[in-house]
Design a protein around this ligand. Sequence first.
Ligand code: GRF
Length: 202
Amino acid sequence: MKRLAILLSGRGSNFQAIAANCRSGALAAEIGLVISNRADAAGLEWARSQGLPAVCLPSKGLDRDLYDQQVATEIRKANIDLVCLAGYMRILSAAFVREFAGRILNIHPSLLPAFPGLDAQKQALDYGAKMTGCTVHFVDEGLDSGPVVLQKAVPVLDDDSVGTLSARILAEEHRLYSEAIRIVLDGRYRLEGRRVILSSAS
Ligand code: GRF
């Protein structure tokens, strides 16, 4: 069974969707480790309530390289195949990205490269975009800048607020992330430069 590490900082609804798919067998993987950099993350509490292996590594005030070394140590110990960032509000150090190259995914609530960074849904609304969505991508050292695995478009409606738009995108995120994880765990892709070329399902 392939083992996932989930890195999160907050609510953890993407994590919960992934965990539900692991539990149901829709995803042939198990949650091997949950790491939160914040003690008050709801996702951390939920992991514990489910009996999933979860650790809190507070990042406040710590040097990025030192902090990421701690995270890497936990991931090595837990024998992890794929690291999934799920609302993890930190940029990863170069050393971390190098060590787990091609084995770190992130989900972002826009169609990258549009609207990277914080408040992507508000950015799309404020810009007046008619279409936005979500992206699952490999993680590199930049901000939301790695090769795209999957994207799903979501229309912006005239009467959308940040709340209503975010909720519609989030529903798609919950589906898209597990689909991307499945592709990567199955090795059903190849990388050509920045392009993630998917192979058909066997
Ligand atoms: C999601 O919108 C995700 O795309 C972004 O952060 C949010 C995390 O939400 N990276 P949750 O913690 O998974 O509920």
